[in-house]
Design a protein around this ligand. Structure first.
Ligand code: COA
Length: 258
């Protein structure tokens, strides 16, 4: 297992849990942490984990955003190199289904990590926001693009253009998270959600995720062609034979992911 300074990565059977571990700075993402995050995603891919749970160390913050010291030092060229944005895209396109278990402040890049995840659940103490304009910059790791796709343009404008912070209740109302639980129950709830994913055909889950991601990136006709092609792959799969046979034999399927 790779060694990290700013992250803890635990891989347990088919579920990986990545904890951003810089509680003294509310789990802010500096350049080293972003590099480690990429390495952790590679390790999760190599371990063939089906689900990746992302959370933050401590009880205050999920991730408080880009490290403001790093942001101060960054130039126009750094921004154009999309350092943080590439991380969010790597999370979004990862083989594993990602679950953000938001245990506190998810601000700026922290909110953007959550937005890049496939599923989001929150502790009742969680706070979401994209406060970059309070620093004189704009959200630069997907905030202006993924937030409106998830909650709608009007709500996204309200958050970004007023600097609003949303508590967990507001995030649930807006569809930013699918569930809110008391903080002590958060990781159990994330693992239960992971268990629901694990019960499904792994190949089907990967292809469904790819098709869902494609839906925001291509016109309907191309998306439907993508979907049919992905369905054709599942139709020839061992998982399909097992899933349909298990249904007819009234037993639980044992999927292998092929
Ligand atoms: N980058 C660098 N350092 C950060 C940080 C960030 N994004 N967020 C917090 N810290 C540091 C603080 O400077 C402070 O350092 P210190 O102990 O040396 O003074 C420490 O973490 C604790 O932060 P503090 O503000 O005292 O904690 P809090 O619990 O009262 O508030 C937040 C937590 C997250 C609400 C608050 O720290 C905050 O607003 N952070 C910035 C969020 C932001 O603007 N993110 C977008 C960045 S582009």
């Amino acid at each position: 297992m790779a060694d990290f300074r700013n992250l803890v990565l635990a891989i347990d059977d088919r579920v990986a849990t990545l904890t951003v571990n810089r509680p003294d700075v509310r789990n802010a993402l500096d350049t080293e942490t972003v590099d480690e995050f990429h390495r952790a995603l590679d390790a999760v891919r190599q371990a063939r984990s089906t689900v990746l749970i992302v959370t933050g160390a401590g009880d205050k913050a999920f991730v408080s955003g880009a490290d403001i010291n790093a942001i101060r030092a960054r130039t126009r060229d750094d921004a154009l190199a999309s350092i943080n944005s590439r991380l969010m895209s790597a999370i979004e396109s990862h083989d594993a289904v990602s679950i953000a278990a938001v245990n506190g402040y998810a601000l700026g890049g922290g909110c953007e990590v959550a937005l890049a995840c496939d599923l989001r659940i929150a502790a009742s103490t969680a706070v979401f926001g994209l406060p970059e304009p309070t620093l004189g910059i704009i959200p630069g790791a997907g905030g202006t693009q993924r937030l409106p796709r998830i909650v709608g343009l009007g709500r996204a404008k309200e958050m970004i253009l007023t600097g609003a912070r949303w508590d967990a209740t507001r995030a649930l109302e807006a569809g930013l998270v699918s569930r809110v639980v008391p903080l002590p129950e958060l990781m159990a709830a994330a693992r239960a959600l992971a268990g629901q994913v694990l019960a499904l055909g792994p190949l089907a889950v990967r292809l469904a995720k790819a098709a869902l991601n494609a839906s925001s990136q291509m016109p309907l006709s191309a998306g439907l062609a993508f979907e049919s092609t992905a369905q054709a792959i599942t139709f020839e799969s061992a998982d399909k034979r097992e899933g349909t046979t298990a249904f007819l034999e009234k037993r639980k399927p044992v999927f292998k992911g092929d």
